[in-house]
Design a binder for this molecule. Structure first.
Ligand code: SF4
Ligand code: SF4
Length: 301
């Protein structure tokens, strides 16, 4: 049995492919985007969280921590995240679910059993299942097994990917995926390195291999004012649509800060870039620019 690390499974999702979907979020990502809305996804290991708003200040967790990472403070638990050894003991004892670890091991079969609960919706809505993250193809064998088992059930399968993984990881999943939601954040090699921490060449190679397979692709482009709202970027997105007919649509994802508190929960500062969220007018202008560049099937979200 193939197993992997999952950090969430969401049911009845409406924005991760067509119809009503179940989405499994797999842990680990090769990128470090400055605007990441799922910072708990980035580490490929289990990772400590603390929701201070839920804490009852009983300090049971402090007593069980073998690493001395937790201290009783005047406003709840004080944490040295660097000392945590991810043993999970605090989460087991906490009566409020205020502390614990992001990431739990599941077999591919167990994930599919979870998906099965909403199978009726897949059929009635034209939906299916989606693997997201993090980068699901960082756990390529696990992801492929989930996709294969899902295809056996007759479900539509989608993979949300940053494309910054070796093409061999894509090859394992390719036969069992119907749709790829590919993030295309920046079209400049240096900016991609600076803002996303990624290898642009690897992503373009991934896209080349993916497009050669003929699988349906939806490009997802995060919109970050002052970073990627340039005519060069719009032209680059349009050029990809012309070059690869299997790109069925472009979805614009305006920068948001819904994941802000997650940074605090895992002991990281809130990204400064969240101080520059786009307004509706800016999003509309960006959509217009993309349409003027020749992209017909482009929409928000
Ligand atoms: S066990 Fe839970 S509720 Fe109690 S102090 Fe620790 S985090 Fe807070
Ligand atoms: S996971 Fe273990 S080491 Fe980390 S804070 Fe909790 S009890 Fe301490």
């Amino acid at each position: 049995m193939v197993s992997g690390l999952v950090f969430d499974i969401q049911r009845c999702a409406l924005h991760d492919g067509p119809g009503i979907r179940s989405v499994a979020f797999l842990k680990g990502c090769p990128l470090r985007c400055l605007w990441c809305c799922n910072p708990e996804s980035q580490s490929a290991e289990r990772q400590l969280f603390y929701h201070s708003g839920k804490c009852l200040s009983c300090f049971g967790c402090v007593g069980v921590c073998p690493a001395g990472a937790l201290r009783a403070g005047t406003e709840g638990v004080e944490i040295d995240f660097g000392l945590c050894v991810s043993c999970g003991k605090c989460g087991k004892i906490c009566p409020a679910g205020a502390i614990g670890l992001y990431g739990y091991e599941m077999t591919a079969e167990e994930v599919v059993v979870e998906f099965e609960r909403d199978a009726g919706y897949y059929a009635s809505s034209g939906g299916g299942i989606t693997l997201s993250g993090g980068e699901p193809l960082m756990q390529a064998e696990f992801a492929s097994e989930i996709l294969m088992l899902s295809k056996k059930k007759g479900w539509h399968t989608a993979v949300e990917t940053c494309g910054t993984v070796p093409a061999v990881s894509l090859s394992t999943a390719l036969p069992f995926a119907d749709l790829f939601l590919l993030d295309f954040k920046l079209s400049d090699r240096e900016l991609f390195k600076e803002y996303a921490g990624g290898d642009y060449g690897m992503m373009m190679n991934f896209l080349e291999v993916l497009a050669a397979s003929g699988k349906e692709i939806i490009l997802r482009t995060v919109f970050v004012p002052g970073v990627n709202d340039t005519s060069n970027h719009a032209e680059a997105v349009a050029a990809l649509c012309r070059k690869y007919p299997c790109i069925a649509a472009v979805n614009v994802m305006p920068l948001h800060d819904y994941g802000k508190t997650k940074y605090t929960d895992i002991g990281r500062p809130v990204p400064e870039i969240y101080g520059n969220l786009p307004n509706e007018g800016q999003v509309d202008r960006w959509l217009s620019l993309l349409r003027e560049a020749g992209i017909e099937n482009v929409k928000k979200g």
